[in-house]
Design a protein around this ligand. Structure first.
Ligand SMILES: Cc1cc2nc3c(=O)[nH]c(=O)nc-3n(C[C@H](O)[C@H](O)[C@H](O)COP(=O)(O)OP(=O)(O)OC[C@H]3O[C@@H](n4cnc5c(N)ncnc54)[C@H](O)[C@@H]3O)c2cc1C
Length: 397
């Protein structure tokens, strides 16, 4: 079977859904390929930062997200033994963003909300399950090949956008280098309906917690808390999937509770960026282009920023053949991935991972000082909210 469209989007994650919807809203035909028959209730991303909320509001989906998620006005750093170190308040940036808070809403809910719009849009065709297997560039455009339950198909278009995640088939087919490293710890995420706020005083909805020999983060969802623990490379998976191990881990956060765990998952985490986000008529977006540690909750957000930047540039390339905007997209978003997202995740990790008692105390004191100083604290919020990285990227010519 052969299909045609102006734009071929591969991958129905949050990033692919946004690229498809924005291009359709701009009047272009879109064919979206997704390999999975049913989309999983993916517990990866849940944090959505203020500039991303401003973008998503322009698609008219923010109210639905807030209804299915929760508004987080603050985030904080804590010491496991002594409690809050510094609390950062998003109202300090109310003059520069329309939505001065984070929203905690799982990425699968965001995809579901977007999918409701995509399914009824006359310019969008969704092929699912359809697994892209490769692509080829022609004089007029690009052809993406895919496998479906009923046989092999091809989709011809002007541009293909690879939003097919960290293992991107199209990136690999193009031979684009995805350099970086894999973090040796795996991250273990446990979800429980137990409300830690009832027993832990002055808890924010987003907390990064340091202790003398470990660290963890705690994020509140609509009806649950998600706790992320690093696990050592030596601990076998089988040890972690035992219910006793889960309860033990949660009891190390707050003891004496018979925790119910409603979701658990072990993630391998990478810090990687491609050499280029544009390869002729193939454009990479989201995790297909960059991956980073989830500390700071920025991967999906930066993928959404990619999607907005790209879909501002793509119409000109389609209509006039001028690809300057696409090359700028590649340079700007690579800069944001390296200097904004990865740098912030690294800073967060350095604070949390410090084990030397004197150095740890120094870091805690510095964080306490930043949190107590309104000017420094606002600067910190600007950086954590990804605004600094976005502004710096916009300046890249
Ligand atoms: C533990 C953890 C917590 C995280 N928390 C946050 C957070 O709070 N905030 C945040 O911003 N980020 C967070 N992230 C990162 C975030 O999950 C990713 O950055 C985000 O999922 C990237 O979205 P994407 O659409 O690019 O890729 P994906 O969500 O991976 O979607 C890719 C899609 O492409 C499909 N696909 C793959 N190959 C093919 C193919 N060949 N053909 C057709 N379809 C294909 C897949 O099935 C999938 O549906 C977290 C990550 C982890 C591991």
């Amino acid at each position: 079977m052969k299909y045609t469209a102006d734009v071929i989007v591969v991958g129905l994650g949050p990033v692919g859904a946004i690229v498809a919807l924005r291009m359709a809203l701009a009047g272009y035909t879109v064919t979206l390929l997704e390999q999975q028959r049913e989309l999983p209730q993916d517990q990866r991303a849940s944090t959505v930062h203020p500039p991303t909320l401003d973008m998503l509001a322009s698609l008219g989906i923010l109210e639905d997200m807030i209804c299915r998620g929760i508004i987080c006005p603050y985030f904080q750093y804590r010491d496991h033994e002594t409690g809050p170190v510094a609390r950062f308040d998003y109202s300090s940036i109310a003059d520069i963003v329309k939505h001065p808070y984070r929203v905690s809403c799982e990425q699968w809910k965001i995809v579901e909300i977007l999918l409701e719009r995509l399914r009824v849009h006359p310019k969008v065709r969704i092929l699912q399950p359809a697994r892209a297997t490769g692509y080829e560039e022609t004089d007029a455009g690009v052809i993406v090949y895919a496998r479906t339950d009923t046989g092999d198909i091809s989709v011809s278009g002007r541009y293909a956008v690879a939003c097919d995640g960290i293992r991107s088939t199209l990136r690999n087919a193009a031979g684009i280098d995805y350099s970086g490293y894999t973090i040796t710890d795996r991250y273990w995420v446990l979800t429980t309906p137990f409300d830690f706020a009832d027993v832990m005083p002055r808890l924010s909805y987003v907390n990064y917690v340091t202790d003398h020999d470990r660290w963890y983060s705690m994020v509140r969802g609509r009806n649950h808390w998600r706790v992320l623990f690093p696990t050592s490379a030596e601990t076998p998976d089988e040890e972690l999937v035992r219910p006793e191990a889960e309860r033990e881990a949660l009891c190390s956060v707050y003891p004496g509770i018979d925790y119910r765990v409603t979701h658990r998952k072990l993630y391998r985490v990478h810090q990687r960026v491609v050499e280029t986000l544009r390869h002729g008529r193939l454009i990479l977006c989201g995790d297909a282009a960059h991956a980073n540690s989830p500390l700071g909750g920025q991967g999906m957000n930066s993928g959404i920023h990619d999607a907005f930047n790209l879909t501002d540039a793509l119409p000109d390339a389609i209509d006039t053949g001028n690809t300057d905007g696409l090359d700028r997209y590649s340079r700007q978003r690579k800069h944001a991935a390296l200097e904004g997202v990865q740098a912030h995740a690294r800073r967060n990790e350095e604070f949390l991972r410090e084990r030397d008692p004197a150095e740890r105390q120094k870091k805690i004191d510095t964080m306490r000082r930043i949190g107590a100083d309104p000017v420094e604290s606002r600067k910190y919020v600007i950086r954590a909210a990804m605004l600094e990285g976005l502004w710096a990227a916009e300046k890249v010519a």
